[in-house]
Design a protein around this ligand. Structure first.
Ligand SMILES: *[C@@H]1O[C@H](CO)[C@@H](O)[C@H](O)[C@H]1NC(C)=O
Length: 227
């Protein structure tokens, strides 16, 4: 066998091993597989486990698998102009152990769903109405952005900071997002720094944000959104 040929085969095998390892790691990183037909969450249980305990199967009827939760907007944020209503394993117990969740996001004209990230899930967003400017930032600080029209999809990779902004001056917008986790979690970037309780030490914020002027920092904190 020629040397170049055996090098190629070696390269191929190495590539295969790396891909397999990445696949296994990704599989481990997703929500755990269910161990029974279903496990409707007892969302009032005091027992803490990885997920939620199930209510007895004999107490479950078909209505447990349906919810009207997303008929209406929820958590309206008038200052930023968006409202996120999330059906996760807590608010919609049928999702417990199923590894997915869904949200509706309503935007006022020029409304923003401010920069945030989901530590536990990848998000795919569907634009039901309107036009959205969306974007996320990678770990190498590259900004990936698009303008989406009605019917378009966009993927926000797991744990990367992202936002959506309704660019229309007059019309509202509506998006539906699904997540590959029953509880993707959310970290809101600005409130995590400026509205944490108890507050972060002033000196930490001064150095981190490059704002030496105490009064300027105090103004920023006083005006910071809490969500
Ligand atoms: C718990 O689940 C029920 C539905 O079974 C729902 O009505 C309720 O709002 C949920 N509780 C919370 C805190 O979301």
């Amino acid at each position: 066998m020629a040397e170049s040929e055996s090098l190629m085969i070696f390269g191929f095998i190495l590539g295969f091993l790396v891909c397999t390892a990445q696949f296994l790691m990704a599989a481990e990183a997703a929500d755990a597989d269910p161990l029974q037909d279903f496990c409707i969450a007892d969302n009032g249980s005091q027992i803490t486990i990885n997920g939620f305990p199930c209510i007895p199967m004999s107490d479950v009827d078909a209505s447990a698998f349906a919810t009207s939760l997303l008929r209406q907007p929820r958590n309206d944020n008038p200052v930023q102009g968006s409202a996120v209503n999330l059906a996760n394993a807590i608010t919609f117990p049928a999702l417990n152990t199923e590894g997915l969740s869904v949200a509706r996001i309503d935007y006022r004209p020029r409304g923003l769903n401010p920069p945030h990230l989901h530590p536990l899930g990848t998000e795919v967003l569907f634009v039901a109405h309107g036009t959205l400017l969306v974007g996320f930032v990678s770990t190498s600080k590259r900004f990936y952005t698009q303008v989406l029209k009605e019917g378009d999809l966009f993927v926000f990779p797991r744990a990367l900071p992202h936002f959506q902004f309704n660019v229309d001056q007059r019309l509202p917008a509506l998006a539906i997002s699904s997540f590959n986790s029953q509880n993707p979690g959310v970290v809101r970037i600005v409130p995590s720094l400026l509205a944490a309780q108890p507050p972060l030490p002033t000196e930490v914020l001064q150095i981190a944000l490059g704002i030496r002027d105490q009064q300027e920092l105090a103004r920023l904190i006083a005006n910071a959104p809490t969500q």
